[in-house]
Design a protein around this ligand. Structure first.
Ligand code: CO
Length: 349
């Protein structure tokens, strides 16, 4: 039980994953080549599975809300916004099957949150292979208690500027549904079989591609300004490469063909999480995004996540004290319409 070591500032983690205890039979209904399911070995450990293959070793907080809450106490997180592990998007399944699948995952998310409805809130997923079905499932989920939707950065190779996906984002704006965009199914995976390069190179590139798709296509010109979009992993390569992109926009007409303003000006249209892991990277992120559009996100409970969520923000050498409050909790509660968190209201002590 944490008492004296508890951080002074409230912390809300907007990027944390769960994986319901799905049996192989439940996964088989998708008809996919590699059935996603969860193997619980009964000793607090298990595996995320793809068919017969052990995809990743995992521990009970991934599926057990009480174990999760205990871990949140240990690391000083007041509230987690949980989202399904991206391998559960299943955008390549048949639309009707994917819709039932999404509903099952979304209901399981709310079931987890019942363990502590104040400290655990959930994002739904949607069968984006059919945008009408996706909108219906998001509407159902929001009515049931979800606080937003979690989507992949592409849908089987269609980028976010695909007209149907822009239509989905329009729906989210109209319905005031916050959207968290997570990279998945990385490009050039066959060239990155080793060293977790798909995560180290592919994921940040995928997120960069998603953001530039919306900017350079002019999609942001057509989408309402009140759309709430947040990209995971600090927006991938976006912040580091925005100078290159602006330079290209100024110098080449084919870059600005559909984008009337310099690309960097569209940074005001979205948020990013804080999962960049170094003080220097966070300084750059604040310079590009501003201190109102960075939300603390750790990628809990996966091994590439921030072990103590929010530690890089808390120990920052350049953020003011009020800015730390915003990045650690205030920006997240605003983005997801959550009640402000007082230090005495969250957690068990
Ligand atoms: Co993640």
């Amino acid at each position: 039980m944490r008492t004296s070591t508890r951080p002074a500032r409230a912390r809300v983690d907007v990027h944390s994953h769960f994986y319901p205890k799905l049996t192989r039979a439940q996964g088989d209904v998708l008809g996919l080549a590699h059935t996603p399911w969860l193997r619980d070995d009964g000793d607090g450990t298990g595996y995320m599975m793809e068919g017969d293959r052990e995809y990743r070793p995992v521990e009970a907080p991934l599926w057990d809300p009480l174990a999760r809450l205990a871990r949140m106490d240990e690391v000083g997180v007041d509230l987690q916004v949980i989202s399904a592990t991206p391998m559960l998007f299943c955008y390549s399944a048949a639309p009707d099957v994917a819709t039932r699948w999404a509903a099952m995952i979304n209901d399981a998310a709310l079931e987890m949150c019942e363990a502590d409805p104040v400290r655990l809130r959930a994002l739904c997923q949607a069968p984006l292979q059919d945008v009408d079905l996706a909108c219906a499932e998001v509407a159902r989920s929001m009515s049931a208690g979800h606080v937003g939707v979690h989507i992949g950065n592409h849908v089987c190779g269609r980028n976010l500027d695909d007209p149907e996906l822009v239509r989905f984002l329009h729906f989210c704006a109209d319905e005031n549904v916050p959207v968290l965009v997570h990279p998945w199914d990385t490009m050039a995976g066959d060239r990155m079989p080793n060293y977790m390069l798909k995560w180290l190179v592919g994921m940040p590139a995928e997120t960069h591609l998603a953001i530039l798709s919306l900017i350079l296509s002019g999609a942001f010109e057509r989408l309402p300004h009140h759309l709430r979009l947040c990209f995971a992993h600090g927006g991938g390569n976006f912040a580091a490469q925005i100078g290159r992109v602006d330079n290209a926009w100024h110098r080449r007409d084919l870059v600005r063909a559909d984008c009337p303003h310099p690309p960097s000006t569209y940074a005001s249209r979205f948020s990013v999480d804080s999962a960049v892991f170094s003080d220097d990277a966070l300084r750059l992120l604040v310079a590009v995004m501003g201190e109102d559009r960075i939300l603390m996100g750790s990628d809990y409970p996966f091994p590439l996540g921030e072990v103590e969520p929010g530690a890089v923000i808390e120990s920052s050498s350049h953020l003011s004290e009020p800015a730390k409050d915003k990045l650690l909790a205030g920006n997240a509660t605003s983005f997801f319409d959550l009640a402000p968190i007082g230090r005495n209201s969250g957690g068990s002590t």
